[in-house]
Ligand binder design. Structure first.
Ligand SMILES: Nc1ncnc2c1ncn2[C@@H]1O[C@H](COP(=O)(O)OP(=O)(O)O)[C@@H](O)[C@H]1O
Ligand SMILES: Cc1ncc(COP(=O)(O)O)c(N)n1
Length: 268
């Protein structure tokens, strides 16, 4: 068993560097975890949007995961953009084959600019094959609405959505609050099947929130890989993403990326 803590991201490539496996690997590294990746799709992307989406052959996804499982393995993993039900099924099959624990499912559906990153018909596969394997699922509010069919407007709606997703098999649910009303506070809600925990922070008024969900989920993954419990992992992820958003780096002309080194450099 290697002493070095490892984490795997199974997600899309964001040429713009702010989201996808690029955000994940940067976040793993900043949290002292050795990062590995299995790429599901290539996107041509910048801060203005997504200019192209090129899913990889299913066999290419399977083989990348097998290469990791047959040698180094991983202490935790996250999924991001998975694009199709075929890719979802292969990913679920490999997670079960290698009996991997500490599974974070970030149900990426639409890029901030509005481009679809998950085929509509793949939502059912995500719920059927991946949700039951999730240690934590981290939907934003629109993703939680798609997964549950509920309309989420109030704090009680968020709790109902969290219970619904827990009943679908996710061991923990985090309903992220970034898309909530423009309140002064951004509240992420964790549910573990018994109690709710709220993680609150000051809402930063900025357009530079490209990759916030990926970065948050990657930080949860890294902390689980280190052996932290879910509550503590979410606590660290919340502080990580707050620092990453607060300490803005002005890149591009649209929705810029977050600052992945802010947390570790004590800028938080
Ligand atoms: N403007 C903001 N100010 C502070 N935190 C934010 C802001 N927007 C998002 N967050 C935080 O970033 C993380 C990702 O949330 P969200 O943006 O809703 O996810 P996604 O990127 O998947 O849409 C959450 O922890 C959320 O609280
Ligand atoms: C390849 C890829 N994966 C995920 C996202 C979502 O990013 P966000 O965290 O801003 O919703 C993205 N824009 N591109």
């Amino acid at each position: 068993m290697d002493k070095t803590v490892k984490a795997l991201t199974i997600a899309g490539s964001d040429s713009g560097g702010g989201a996808g496996i690029q955000a994940d690997i940067k976040t793993f590294q900043e949290l002292g975890v050795f990062g590995m990746s299995a790429i599901t799709a290539i996107t041509a992307q910048n801060t203005l949007g997504v200019q192209g989406v090129y899913p990889l052959p299913v066999e290419a996804v399977r083989q990348q995961i097998q290469s990791i499982g047959q040698d180094m393995g991983t202490d935790a993993l996250k999924t991001g953009m998975l694009f199709s039900s075929e890719i979802i099924q292969v990913v679920a099959e490999q997670i079960e084959h290698f009996k991997w624990q500490n599974v974070v499912i970030d149900p990426v559906m639409i890029a901030k600019g509005g481009a679809p990153l998950l085929q509509e018909q793949a939502v059912a596969a995500l719920k059927k094959y991946l949700l039951p394997l999730a240690t934590v699922i981290t939907p934003n509010i629109p993703e939680a609405e798609v997964l549950t069919g509920l309309t989420i407007k109030t704090p009680e709606d968020r709790k109902e959505a969290a219970r619904y997703l827990w009943n679908l098999g996710a061991a923990h649910v985090v309903i992220k609050g970034g898309h909530g009303a423009e309140d002064a506070e951004v509240v992420d809600l964790l549910y573990d099947g018994r109690e709710f925990t709220e993680y609150k922070s000051r809402r930063i008024n900025t357009p530079n929130t490209h990759g916030t969900g990926c970065t948050f989920a990657a930080a949860v993954t890294a902390e689980l890989a280190k052996g932290r419990g879910v509550k503590e992992a979410v606590q660290v992820a919340k502080a990580f993403i707050q620092a990453a958003i607060e300490n803005q780096i002005e890149i591009g002309q649209g929705h810029g990326p977050t600052n992945h080194w802010a947390y570790q450099r004590g800028l938080g």
